[in-house]
Unconditional design. Structure first.
Length: 114
């Protein structure tokens, strides 16, 4: 199982920015795709963005969030700009590897509130 360590969540005012980071305990050669999902209270977990051969974004974040990877360090980032209260959720890092499939981080809370 791949271990994931996330950081960067917190409390921010509407219109503000946060940057999430995630480090995977996997070789970059073993990683197929890395991404972020989120789960708001009372809602199902939803895809935010993924970065593999191509990048994909949830329509609700496209143009505001940017996913990027540091392949050498097996890291993935999520730059979140122009945050709204609807972005409040626990954000989970996810990695899919060739050897062990899908693994999840412990989650980091993002709260957007004035």
């Amino acid at each position: 199982q791949v271990q994931l360590v996330e950081s960067g969540g917190g409390l921010v005012q509407p219109g503000g920015s946060l940057r999430l980071s995630c480090t995977a305990s996997a070789s970059r050669f073993n990683i197929r795709v890395m991404g972020w999902l989120r789960q708001a209270p009372g809602k199902q977990r939803e895809l935010v963005a993924t970065a593999g051969a191509t990048t994909h974004y949830n329509d609700s974040v496209r143009g505001r969030f940017t996913i990027s990877r540091d392949y050498a360090k097996s890291m993935v980032y999520l730059q979140m700009n122009n945050l709204t209260p609807e972005d409040t959720a626990v954000y989970y890092c996810n990695v899919v590897t060739f050897s062990s499939g899908s693994s999840w981080g412990q989650g980091t809370q993002v709260t957007v509130s004035s």
